[in-house]
Write a protein that binds this ligand. Structure first.
Ligand code: HEC
Length: 106
């Protein structure tokens, strides 16, 4: 779904207030995340989740939950605590814009 359409849909449905972050800025900020999640959203360490192609709404909600303390994790709570709303919008835009294809075994 195009980035704008996703944001409009989310606002229109009132699911969550969405900041329309741009993926290019998010890509630069993803240097903070690459050790564990990769620039491409494919996890580099076994205990971190893949976040490539994850919905923007979900990514924003999780980062805000880590930041507020609603969701707790020793690493992510610290990292999210340093992110502004704009950082979260841009990082979510970047990771959600990555095309991800799942190929189940035959
Ligand atoms: C040192 C490793 C590390 C770094 C750096 C890191 N993360 Fe994470 N991240 C994790 C781990 C581990 C989890 C799993 C947390 C849990 O089990 O609840 C996680 C979880 C997440 C989740 C939740 C995913 C889900 O499926 O619910 C998001 C979103 C996320 N990280 C985004 C980021 C972003 C954006 C950055 C950079 C600003 C970042 N992380 C930096 C290790 C890291």
């Amino acid at each position: 779904m195009p980035v704008v359409a996703t944001a409009v849909l989310a606002v229109a449905t009132g699911i969550v207030s969405v900041h329309a972050g741009d993926p290019a800025s998010g890509r630069k900020k993803a240097s903070m995340c690459q050790t564990c999640h990769g620039y491409d959203g494919i996890a580099r360490i076994p205990n971190a989740p893949h976040i490539a192609g994850e919905s923007r709404i979900y990514l924003q909600a999780q980062l805000k939950a880590f930041r507020s303390g609603k969701r707790k994790h020793e690493i992510m709570s610290v990292i999210a605590g340093q992110l502004s709303d704009e950082d979260i919008a841009q990082l979510s835009a970047w990771y959600s814009s990555i095309e991800f294809t799942a190929i189940p075994p035959e």
